[in-house]
Each structure stands twice: as C-alpha cells, then as structure tokens.
Write a protein that binds this ligand. Structure first.
Ligand code: RB5
Length: 156
C-alpha cells in the first residue's frame, strides 16, 4: 500500500518513526510534510493527505498533530475521508475492519514512539471485512456525506 503521511509541528517528533514502521511493514510512504518543528497549520496537512488519497496517489493516510484531534476534524471535512484518532490498538484495526477508516490520526503529545509504532502496524495490517452489517452502516455514512454535499443540512 501507499500511505500518505502528514503532520504539523506538534506531530513532527513522531514522523521518522512512523515512516520507519510503515516502510518496515513493506509499504510505501507518500510524504505530505511538514518537514521541521517550525509552527504550521494542521488543516494544510490534513488537506494534502486527503487530496493525495482522493487523487489515488495513496491508498490510506496517517496524520499526526499534537493531540490527533484537530487534524482528524480537518480530514473528516473532506468527502471520502474517514479519519479516526486511535490511541489504543483495538480501535486502530477495528476502525478499518468495521468502519473502513482510511486515515489514522495520532497525537504525538499523548503517545510515545512505541505505542505509535504498534498503532501504525495495527492500522496497515487491517482490512475492511465487507460484512453485510458494516457495508450497510458504511452506506448510511456515505448517505450523510451525500446529503451534506447537496446542502440538505441546516447551516450554522
Ligand atoms: C499545535 O500546537 C496543536 O494545536 C496541534 O498540533 C493539534 O494538537 C491540534 O489538535
């Protein structure tokens, strides 16, 4: 698989370890920045990773910020992206198996390198089950996305 990787300055401390784990598991990294500790804005990197996946230049993504929260909220604004903050192993694989999560979000200020490494392995090794109930729920999720794009929700 090709994995698009993006982070802000808050996530940068985990970047090299994430790259090593993805490559060590036999996958390819598509580097979407950032490249230093200099302060940047996490929505820019969520956008880059989302665009890379939608352009089919990557199969899945990993996003890292300080908490994992901001960058996951940003990524989930992009239709077709299903991002989740997962700081436990069960969620990191179950999110793919049941929810077809295509972006794993991590908080570098919350977890250390070893936990991050296990989460990344769990995520890249997981596959959507295609079981009927999960496909049904995924279709309902896509319906919400479709209705939002069609302007069916009240604005606030
Ligand atoms: C950056 O200081 C920090 O706010 C960001 O990395 C992230 O934690 C936001 O959710």
């Amino acid at each position: 698989m090709r994995i698009a990787l993006g982070c802000d300055h808050g996530g940068f401390p985990l970047k090299q370890r994430v790259i090593a784990v993805v490559q060590g598991a036999g996958h390819e990294i598509v580097d979407c920045g950032t490249d230093s500790n200099c302060s940047v804005d996490y929505p820019d990197f969520a956008r880059k990773v989302g665009e890379t996946i939608l352009a089919r230049q990557a199969d899945r993504g990993i996003l890292v910020c300080g908490s994992g929260v901001g960058i996951s909220v940003a990524a989930n604004k992009i239709p077709g992206i299903r991002a989740g903050v997962c700081h436990d192993i069960y969620s990191a694989h179950q999110g793919v198996e049941h929810d077809d999560m295509n972006v794993l979000c991590l908080g570098a200020r919350i977890i250390g390198e070893e936990v991050a490494a296990e989460l990344v392995r769990a995520f890249v090794n997981a596959k959507f089950t295609n079981e009927e109930r999960h496909v049904r729920r995924l279709n309902k999720l896509l319906e919400i996305e479709h209705d939002a794009l069609a302007g069916k929700f009240a604005q606030r």
